[in-house]
Ligand binder design. Structure first.
Ligand code: ACO
Length: 391
């Protein structure tokens, strides 16, 4: 990598950070930059320099993530990763990942998560797919089963300023109960709102129910045959099944609309079970949150697992994790019963993929009969983990 230098940026260098990051996405108009600038103060900002020139960026938020069993852990929410065109494939990202993981470890945060722009980038750095997203679409007018109970208190459209305090309060409460959801102890709600203002420039709309809310955008289209609007959900959360039904009914009964779509629905999204015709729901599953165990023993301890299986973990990028660990995070001297790479442990960590599934793909080796099923069951969760949050 020659004379490349990766380091934490000082405050004066924060000015340049958004331009370098935005250039990586070819989004460097003044308007686009205005969207990124307010995010920088909320992240630990790293840069890579070639001499005096900043050519790569990466940042991370200090978030929390909900783990199975009502537990939670600090997590680095990795974002704004970019390398300037013309400087790629010479190790800049590798240098950023090295520096970032060292910094996260140094601050005693055991986990890192990210959304990948492309699926082939992060596996080599020990990240595994910990949640899957359900790209869900429902036709307008999709009918609910007659026995579905709907909370009849009204859903009301309110403006952003009135909505946000309620949205953030409900989000904090609900996120603590849903595996994979992130919490914003760092107060970076503004950054979340900015990330919600998607690249399509559509305005977010807020509809509140006493026990939940939906944030969505409207794609307005007219054809010779009449209105053909689409509603694109960015967040939908409810504290009760009846409020959940009320919010979905609000969306599918919206006038002018042909389709309601949500790309961050859970793989086991309950809406399918509300419908008279479950086939009406179009579902496509893709990778969601990528997770990295930065500190394997601390991450395992945070999950509160039993101590009865010994796993041999391989980790070429963060060798401090290599070795034999009990599932509860204690170092083990007994022979290993399972062996796997850290990225595969990450894939199973929130329960989104089972170890049995990974073993069927040849990625986990069972060294003692029975250990695979026991460890797989210990890591599995009741509901599919998901993360509807952007960061
Ligand atoms: C969490 C987020 O913010 S996701 C956003 C990521 N950013 C983007 O997608 C913006 C556009 N792309 C870029 O800025 C850059 O191409 C990056 C960041 C994806 C890669 O940066 P580079 O400096 O080129 O990566 P680097 O040279 O360190 O590559 C390391 C390895 O990853 C591989 N790699 C890098 N990018 C990709 C990719 N897009 N797809 C597949 N493999 C890749 C390289 O081939 C290399 O492999 P090797 O070690 O076998 O030779």
């Amino acid at each position: 990598m020659g004379n490349l230098e990766a380091r934490k940026l000082d405050a004066a260098e924060h000015e340049e950070f958004p331009a370098v990051f935005a250039a990586a996405f070819l989004e460097d108009s003044e308007e686009e930059l205005a969207r990124f600038r307010p995010i920088v103060p909320h992240v630990t900002a790293l840069g890579v320099f070639d001499g005096p020139e900043m050519i790569g960026t990466a940042g991370h938020h200090d978030l929390t993530i909900t783990l199975p069993g009502g537990r939670s852990s600090p997590v680095a929410g990795v974002t704004t990763v970019g390398v300037k065109p013309g400087h790629r494939r010479r190790g800049v990202l590798t240098a950023l990942m090295r520096e970032q993981l060292d910094q996260v470890r140094g601050s005693a945060v055991p986990l890192a998560v990210l959304y990948a722009s492309e699926g082939a980038i992060y596996g080599r750095f020990g990240y595994g797919v910990a949640t899957f997203e359900n790209h869900l679409a429902l036709p307008a007018g999709a009918r609910f089963r007659a026995d579905v109970e709907v909370d009849e208190r009204p859903v009301r459209e309110v403006d952003r300023d009135r909505a946000l305090p309620v949205v953030h309060e409900q989000h904090t409460r609900i996120a603590a109960t849903r595996v994979g959801w992130t919490g914003r102890g760092d107060g970076s709600w503004e950054a979340l709102e900015l990330m919600r203002q998607k690249r399509d420039g559509l305005r977010s709309r807020y509809a509140l129910h006493p026990d939940g809310h939906v944030i969505y955008r409207a794609v307005k289209k007219w054809t010779d045959r009449g209105p053909d609007y689409g509603l694109v959900v960015t967040h939908l959360m409810a504290e009760t099944p009846r409020a959940y039904a009320a919010l979905w009914r609000y969306l599918v009964e919206f006038d002018l609309v042909r389709e309601v779509a949500w790309k961050k629905a859970a793989v086991d999204e309950p809406i399918v079970h509300l419908l008279t015709d479950p086939r009406a729901a179009d579902q496509r599953v893709v990778d969601g949150l990528w997770l990295r165990l930065v500190d394997v023993p601390a991450a395992l301890a945070a999950r509160g697992l039993p101590d009865d299986v010994v796993v041999e973990v391989g980790d070429s990028f963060c060798p401090w994790n290599q070795g034999r660990w009990r599932l509860n995070g204690e170092p083990a001297t007994a022979p290993a019963q399972l062996s796997l790479d850290v990225a595969d442990l990450a894939a199973a960590y929130l329960g989104g993929t089972t170890l049995v599934q990974l073993a069927a793909a040849g990625r986990v080796r069972e060294l003692e009969p029975g250990a695979l099923a026991a460890a797989s069951r210990a890591l599995a969760t009741d509901r599919a983990p998901n993360c509807p949050d952007a960061f």
